[in-house]
Write a protein that binds this ligand. Structure first.
Ligand SMILES: [Zn+2]
Ligand SMILES: [Zn+2]
Length: 374
């Protein structure tokens, strides 16, 4: 076997790099073979005999790997039949195994609309992070609802815990969905900038300081940087996802919500990729219009919710993108959670004849959101 003695004999940086690149390509090839067997193994019931819940759980435990890594490999093995060209690119060292895993995941998400040649062109020249964005765009174009479902799962998985140590310091541990995390980073980054060249705080320290500062001072809504096409904002079939600073690309549903109360710097790209609209526009509900709305509604209008006005968004009952006006009769205050439920969550909120607000739950899967307002 190559390596061992041979590897120790390498002297120059160039020799080492040559070795590393070659060995990595061999390891990727081994990953591919491993994936084929993993997919076949997943078809057997050996995992069940051993008392595991799933083949992935079994591989995770027996092969000492993360569940996601095991699942990626089973997916590659299962999809390999229609990934001929990508497998060749892997063998030629043009892409790495993580690229191939992303391609396989995208193939599953896109179904019949999967375009291997197009993705592979990107994979050959893009870093993994960039390529992950490309794959999200492809998934969104093929199946926008699937991307919304992923985002819903991300929101469901949000959690934050505080545990206090003996000395009183607190360990903060949390998981955020991509939009939530993007919003948090947008709020923190400006506060985490170096304070002159004598500022020797490292980046994690500055982020920590920024979080505290934000909590002390601020309910000023961050101005999120979102780049979207008109097609995406309109939710048209085949539209790519939208780009959000500090986040993976986000669904048109999420953009629709963010644009609804204009906590977004809209950058709409025309068909020739020119910027046609930057910054807050007349659709922003601010100044006197916002004060009138705050005075009329007082708090979130979701039945039973009393989140105050400055924690709420100005929801357009008919979205401005569909011609809705920014007049008071087309606006209601909704807190963040209820605004989310109306856009991504599929709920409807309507005004009854006697002026009361009524909510209608979505008919489909997310019935467990149907518990009452917080
Ligand atoms: Zn809205
Ligand atoms: Zn509310």
């Amino acid at each position: 076997m190559e390596g061992g003695e041979g590897a120790l004999a390498l002297q120059t940086g160039a020799e080492m790099l040559d070795y590393l690149v070659r060995r990595r390509a061999q390891m990727d090839q081994h990953e591919l073979e491993w994936s084929v067997v993993a997919a076949r193994f997943a078809q057997t019931d050996e995992y069940d005999e051993l008392g595991f819940n799933s083949p992935i759980a079994c591989l995770k435990a027996m092969c000492h790997m993360r569940g996601g890594a095991a699942a990626d490999r089973v997916c590659v093995g299962e999809e390999l039949e229609r990934l001929d060209t990508s497998a060749e690119a892997l063998a030629a060292g043009e892409i790495g195994f993580p690229h191939l895993a992303l391609i396989a995941r995208t193939a599953v998400a896109c179904g019949e609309k999967f375009d291997e040649a197009r993705l592979l062109r990107h994979a050959r020249k893009e870093s993994l992070v960039k390529f992950e964005h490309t794959c999200t765009h492809a998934k969104h174009a093929a199946d926008p609802d699937g991307v919304v479902d992923e985002e819903k799962q991300g929101v469901e998985a949000r959690s934050l815990t505080f545990s206090t140590a003996d000395d009183g310091s607190v360990l903060v541990k949390g998981i955020l969905d991509k939009v939530g995390a993007g919003a948090l980073r947008t709020a923190l980054e400006p506060l985490a900038k170096r304070d002159g060249k004598d500022d020797r705080r490292d980046y994690p320290r500055r982020l920590g300081d920024a979080l505290v500062e934000l909590s002390m001072n601020g309910l000023d809504r961050p101005n999120l940087q979102v780049t979207t096409s008109l097609e995406t904002l309109l939710g048209l079939a085949g539209a790519p996802a939208a780009e959000m600073e500090f986040s993976l690309p986000i669904s048109s549903k999420a953009v629709e919500r963010l644009a609804c109360d204009c906590s977004v710097t809209r950058i709409l790209l025309g068909s020739d990729s020119t910027v046609i609209d930057v910054g807050r526009s007349k659709r922003t509900v601010s100044g006197p219009a916002r004060r009138a709305l705050n005075a009329r509604d007082g708090h979130c209008r979701w039945p039973g919710c009393d989140r105050p006005a400055n924690w709420s968004a100005a929801h357009h009952v008919v979205h401005w993108i569909h011609g809705g006006s920014t007049n008071l009769d087309n606006l209601i205050l909704l807190c963040h959670r209820h605004h989310w439920m109306v856009h991504e969550g599929g709920w409807q909120i309507v005004r009854s004849d006697n002026g009361r607000m009524l909510t209608i739950p979505p008919v489909t899967e997310f019935q467990r959101l149907a518990r009452g307002p917080d």
